[in-house]
Write a protein that binds this ligand. Structure first.
Ligand code: AP5
Ligand code: MG
Length: 217
């Protein structure tokens, strides 16, 4: 039976950082909805063009487009054993749709680690973030600097700052998260699969706590 883990948490909580560190250990494909949208934007696909305005404003891309995209992605061969979802679902409608599609494939959401970080810490994390152009690996100029400034340790590609990491867009993203995504904390708690992890700890400690939570779940 395929296994699905959903990483929940605000923008800048460390979902991408942690998914990169644990997906291999769990033998699950790392599926980041934000990374897929950014890839489509870069290649100016139809989906990328449709998503662009929402992303630039720090708003959510409409549910129907997002659900369709994830459904398609989860049916690729690398998700045969399941997936580690990062950034999806983010609305109750997306969570319902995910539950339905997984049931069709005899799977279910097994564990939802919720990486909690208070809003006041998020702005500093996002303004100091540098992301790799090729594969989206994530660094921070103070908390997790690359070995060589401006270059990705893993694939050597150039690092850039995301357009939506500007202060005013970050504020909007946090507001949208609080309004539209936080209901999922209770949604998954009621299903008995939520595991809260303190995301303010250093990166390695968060990784250890996440792996423990997922093993238990
Ligand atoms: P997306 O790319 O998913 O952005 P996000 O959820 O806002 O999350 P981030 O990627 O900003 O943060 P993260 O939690 O991954 O943190 P990271 O590990 O990088 O979405 C972008 C946009 O796409 C959305 O606004 C929306 O428009 C659209 N979209 C995506 N999914 C959608 C959906 N399902 N529905 C509709 N629209 C959707 O870490 C952040 C920084 O902190 C880094 O610099 C890192 O080095 C540092 N850091 C990490 N952990 C620690 C730590 N423990 N201590 C100190 N620093 C740390
Ligand atoms: Mg991310």
């Amino acid at each position: 039976m395929p296994s699905y883990v959903v990483l929940l948490g605000p923008p800048g909580a460390g979902k991408g950082t942690q998914a990169e560190l644990i997906s291999e250990k769990l033998n699950l494909a790392h599926i980041s909805s934000g990374d897929i949208f950014r890839e489509n934007l870069k290649n100016q696909t139809e989906l990328g063009k449709q998503a662009q305005g929402y992303m630039n404003r720090g708003e959510l891309v409409p549910d129907d487009l997002t659900i369709e995209m994830i459904k398609d992605r989860l049916q690729r061969p690398d998700c045969k054993e399941g997936a580690l979802l990062d950034g999806f679902p983010r609305t109750p409608a997306q969570a319902e749709a995910l539950g339905k599609m997984l049931a069709e494939w005899n799977g279910k959401v097994e564990c939802v680690p919720y990486i909690s970080v208070p809003p006041k810490e998020l702005v500093g994390r996002l303004s100091g973030r540098w992301t790799c152009k090729e594969q989206g690996h994530v660094y921070h100029e103070t908390f997790n600097p690359p070995k060589v400034a401006g270059k990705c340790d893993i694939d050597g590609s150039e690092l850039y700052q995301r357009d939506d990491d500007k202060a005013e867009t970050v504020e909007r993203r946090i507001k949208v998260y609080l309004e539209q995504t936080t209901p999922l904390i209770d949604y998954y708690r009621k299903q008995g699969v939520l595991a809260e992890v303190d995301g303010t700890l250093p990166i390695e400690q968060v990784t250890t706590l996440l792996l423990k939570a997922i093993e238990k779940g």
